[in-house]
Design a protein around this ligand. Structure first.
Ligand code: SF4
Length: 401
């Protein structure tokens, strides 16, 4: 449990994200946590990198509570976590989980500092993520494993040793945490790299040797389409194999960009893999030479925007609406077929076709639209369909109808 969010076992894969505000700025950080939570982030992590941040954390969680935002807040610690968590007990108490990077807990007193953090987790009954990162891998461990490897008759390549060192670092730290007294079910592991193939390999190894819940994510995935595609590629392979209990998509936003994009991408990955349902899906064909107008592109876009704008109300009013499938197709080649597979679908007229748009509901051709009001009429049909199919939410013991 992270706060009141279960992670691991058969529980749904959880979406998480991280703020990029200065944690010492209470107002900005609380505001961004709320935006991320509103966008669907079920856990939000903040960096706790200095005394000012540690002092700010309890005020941030208090503000969230006052605003009715219950998202668990996770503290990300590097280098000085042992000091901050002991010197600022209110910070330790108000966080829902601590993230420790075993490569960043000091060199001389590594185990002592690590144990201090674990003791705080035990004291305040908090779970811990042991988050290994290849950019800050425990160098003593890696050097030792490289030396050992060089003595083998058939030395492995450096990449293989590095992946083994990441797995070993995570497992060694988990053992030490349990020996210190932290419960087996209070530990989550991650081992982040920035290459997709490395990611798949390291997580397959971790999943093969342990039953700790796994936090998946590429580190430094990058900007724009590169970051989205690399994250999707890596996470999808693992999720398809049943590996991963919580995911974060580490996108670099453009200056002034929307931080919640990473939440939308994470949700879309899980929904595309049919592991979770967050929003109705609009299937649209790519269009081709058979569609000489942009009518169907505009309709697909308008329908998506309409659904997106309505979802905050629909979610509570129409339970199950997140599973709705809508198809908007450009012509009759694939239009009727795709429409039949959706809950509700429309196939617009392509070049040379009669100016009519057949509408399919639950696989049956029920209406044909035409004229200037196709978009408006289709939206009305959609509204009626949603009301009929999902508009029976339970209130108390009765059924609202
Ligand atoms: S459904 Fe029609 S318009 Fe859309 S891509 Fe296929 S052939 Fe082209």
């Amino acid at each position: 449990m992270i706060g009141d969010i279960p992670v691991g076992s058969e529980h749904p894969v959880v979406v998480q994200s991280m703020t990029n505000t200065d944690t010492a700025d209470i107002s900005a950080t609380a505001g961004q946590i709320r935006s991320l939570a509103d966008a669907g982030s079920e856990l939000v992590r903040v960096t706790v990198n200095n005394e000012e941040s540690a002092k700010a954390v309890p005020y941030i969680t208090e503000r969230l509570e006052q605003a009715g935002c219950t998202v668990p807040v996770i503290g990300d610690f590097h280098y000085n976590g042992h000091l901050l968590l002991t010197r600022f007990p209110e910070c330790a108490r108000s966080l829902a989980k601590y993230r420790i990077n075993p490569g960043n807990v000091g060199t001389r007193h590594r185990d002592k500092n690590f144990i201090t953090i674990i003791e705080q987790a035990i004291k305040y009954d908090k779970p811990v993520r042991i988050g290994v990162n290849w950019g800050s891998l425990d160098q003593t461990l890696l050097t030792g494993m490289m030396d050992e490897n060089s003595k083998r008759n058939d030395p492995l390549d450096a990449r293989t040793v590095m992946i083994s060192a990441m797995v070993e670092s995570a497992m060694r730290s988990a053992r030490l945490a349990e020996e210190t007294g932290l419960g087996h079910d209070r530990i989550i592991l991650s081992a982040k790299v920035s290459g997709v193939r490395d990611l798949v390999e390291v997580y397959r190894k971790l999943a093969g040797i342990s039953d700790y819940p796994l936090h998946l994510g590429l580190t430094e995935a990058g900007m724009g389409t590169k970051g989205i595609i690399a994250s999707t590629a890596g996470l999808s392979v693992l999720l398809q194999e049943g590996i991963g209990d919580t995911i974060r998509v580490s996108l670099t936003p453009k200056p002034g960009g929307d931080r919640t994009e990473e939440v939308q991408v994470a949700q879309q990955i899980l929904q595309s893999m049919e592991l979770r349902r967050f929003n109705p899906q609009v299937t649209a064909c790519p269009g081709c030479g058979r569609t000489t107008s942009t009518l169907f592109q505009k309709l697909a876009d308008d329908i998506w925007a309409y659904i997106h704008s309505q979802m905050p109300q629909w979610r509570s009013r129409y339970p199950g609406v997140e599973g709705l499938k809508v198809a908007v197709m450009g012509c009759v080649v694939n239009g009727p077929g795709e429409s039949k597979h959706a809950d509700i679908g429309i196939s617009l007229p392509g070049t040379g076709e009669a100016p009519k748009a057949p509408v399919y509901i639950d696989g049956i051709h029920t209406r044909t639209l035409q004229g200037e009001t196709i978009a408006k009429d289709f939206q009305e049909i959609l509204d009626t369909y949603i009301e009929k199919k999902f508009g029976r939410d339970r209130v108390g013991l009765g059924i609202r109808d």
